[in-house]
Ligand binder design. Structure first.
Ligand code: NAP
Length: 417
């Protein structure tokens, strides 16, 4: 039988957890790598030299990452007959920190989304997406620099839980029959069905993480985004459980919108965090019209998926949007765009999302100087108008470079950054 995993790099050491729940990171950590499908290999080939150069430069050669390639997606299916081998899931648990490219999901049939499976199998319950403008990036809005938000999207529940039945399937008929006979709900017999579960446990651990992040990152506002006016017992409950958690666990820190004017004269006092909530459709307007008013957003899965891409567009598009899927045991940092199959192998796509996700990952393991260097290198390359096609088409007098060319430009600018 074929060996699924390559052995972990011999010169690397494992990242582990301390008893106090902190990461313990050696200077030569093993970090898992899932290259991904489509443009995944293109963006990884461009990004890895940037990560290695930034780590070496910022640490004066003291630190080095040992990448451990883990199979998933089309390559894994071709070689091992499985899109997501169990060995890969175990390796992610062992590595604790992983970076990944996009994985293709067929629409309307075929295998289940590997991204969703990874999140559920590893209980990566929070999708964290910082949305911040990199100066110089072309943007469709007038003041993209006003956007500086971090999205916490619940990752395991909601309509994305994967509980659905096809129109005409036996299971669909059984559920339709149950609804008709026991709940007096009569639906079209040919309906396809999906279930939208939301629980206090999953909501509260997400909101807890968002509040803790706001406290650590010195952010002043956490906004619950929901569609609770229509879906009262799921999205409405998400809002209620979020407030409940804040009252129960952070009574000294969190204040609420109704007390802001009555008790605090409209200003958030030092050391406090304001929790408020907004209805999802209104929020799409708010982030365009009043982005400065929002800092940390906590939301259910579907809202979070839509809003994070819309916000990414405000700061220059999916090519510039980093993200991570985080649980209590491990985290996977990922380019947030898809596998963009039409660009696969062309060395064309923007590796910015992968680069920024890598910077986020370095910050996560406590390597802040290394992370900052990458962000400054990207900023300097963009300000020098050295950009990939997606930004070049929006930027006058840009010098268009390939995917790997952008990686090289960032490395050149690490020196001046
Ligand atoms: P996509 O792969 O994100 O590509 C859609 C379009 O977005 C591209 O054609 C391109 O637009 C632009 N784009 C995406 N990444 C870019 C980058 N790095 N630089 C510049 N432009 C970029 O979305 P899709 O075509 O809907 O999805 C393809 C596959 O990816 C699907 O199987 C989907 O399920 C999967 N997917 C995976 C993930 C993940 O692994 N996390 C996330 C989303 C989708 P232009 O053609 O206009 O330049």
């Amino acid at each position: 039988m074929k060996q699924v995993l390559k052995p972990p790099p011999a010169q690397g050491e494992w990242i582990t957890w301390t008893d106090g729940g902190r990461l313990s990171v050696p200077d030569n950590p093993i970090i898992g790598l899932i290259e991904g499908d489509g443009v995944g290999p293109d963006i990884w080939a461009a990004a890895q030299p940037v990560f290695d150069a930034a780590v070496e430069r910022a640490s004066g050669g003291k630190r080095r990452i040992h990448w451990w390639e883990l199979p998933a997606g089309e390559k894994a299916s071709d070689r091992f007959g499985r899109h997501l081998p169990d060995e890969t899931l175990d390796a992610v648990r062992k590595a604790v920190v992983v970076i990944k490219g996009p994985l293709t999901t067929p629409v309307g049939g075929g295998h289940r989304s590997l991204n969703v499976t990874l999140r559920q199998e590893l209980d990566l319950y929070a999708c964290v997406r910082p949305v911040k403008y990199v100066p110089g990036t072309p943007s469709p809005v007038k003041r993209p620099e006003d956007v500086d938000m971090v999205i916490f999207r619940e990752n395991t529940e909601d309509l994305y839980a994967g509980i659905e039945w096809k129109s005409g399937a036996d299971e669909a008929h059984r559920v339709l029959g149950f609804l008709r006979d026991h709940m007096n709900i009569v639906l079209d017999e040919a309906s396809g069905l999906g279930v939208k579960p939301m629980s206090p446990r999953a909501t509260k651990r997400l909101v807890r993480r968002a509040i803790r992040f706001a406290m650590e990152a010195d952010r002043k506002k956490v906004t619950l985004v929901h569609k609770g006016n229509i879906m009262k017992f799921t999205e409405g409950a998400f809002r209620d459980w979020g407030y409940e958690l804040a009252r129960e666990e952070f009574p000294e820190t969190v204040i609420f919108e109704d007390e802001l004017s009555s008790r605090y004269s409209g200003a958030i006092p030092e050391g406090k965090i304001l929790m408020n909530d907004r209805i999802a459709d209104a929020m799409f307007q708010q982030v365009l019209l009043r982005p400065k008013e929002y800092e940390v957003l906590a939301m259910p899965n579907l809202n979070g998926d839509y809003l994070s891409d819309a916000l990414a567009a405000q700061v220059g598009g999916l090519g510039m949007a980093p993200g991570a899927n985080m649980g209590d045991a491990c985290a996977i940092f990922e380019a947030t765009h898809g596998s963009a199959p039409k660009y696969a192998g062309l060395d064309k796509i923007n590796p910015g999302s992968m680069l920024l996700s890598g910077a986020m990952m370095l910050e996560h393991i406590g390597w802040k100087a290394e992370a900052d260097l990458i962000v400054r290198g990207i900023t300097a390359a963009i300000q020098a108008r050295t950009v990939t096609y997606d930004l070049a088409r929006l930027m006058p007098e840009a010098r268009e470079v390939s995917c790997s060319g952008f990686g090289r430009a960032v490395i050149e600018h690490l020196g001046s950054a």
